[in-house]
Design a protein around this ligand. Sequence first.
Ligand code: AMP
Length: 125
Amino acid sequence: MPIDATLPYDDNNIFAKIMRGEIPSTKVYEDEWSYAFEDINPQAEIHTLVIPKGQYVSWDDFSAKASAEEIAGFVRAVGEVARMKGLVEPGYRMMANIGAHGGQEVPHLHVHIFGGQFLGPMIAR
Ligand code: AMP
């Protein structure tokens, strides 16, 4: 079920549990600001999720409230994960779903990184 991205942060969401080590994940990258792991239900040959360690429901919440350091750290982590995966050439797609119309299901900001294949049109019609 898509979430309401205006709700307060829920510390029991599945990605919070992953970061606390309560639920297993296949870790790809971690630094002071961010954690990256493989999506459990990949939608492309490569499908990795990058999340900030701070408690932000969505891109909306993060862009409004995160510190400049958190934002810089997270943006750099997304780029680093794509480079680690060898995706810069021939390219990749990054995506963040926000709220109901965006189809966001997990209420902790995550950027999807898709790659390893031609990804087709930007939005299904
Ligand atoms: P979204 O619809 O943007 O909220 O995407 C949520 C993503 O989280 C989906 O692609 C799911 O496959 C993924 N996901 C859900 N639970 C897990 C989990 N335990 N480990 C890894 N990825 C997960």
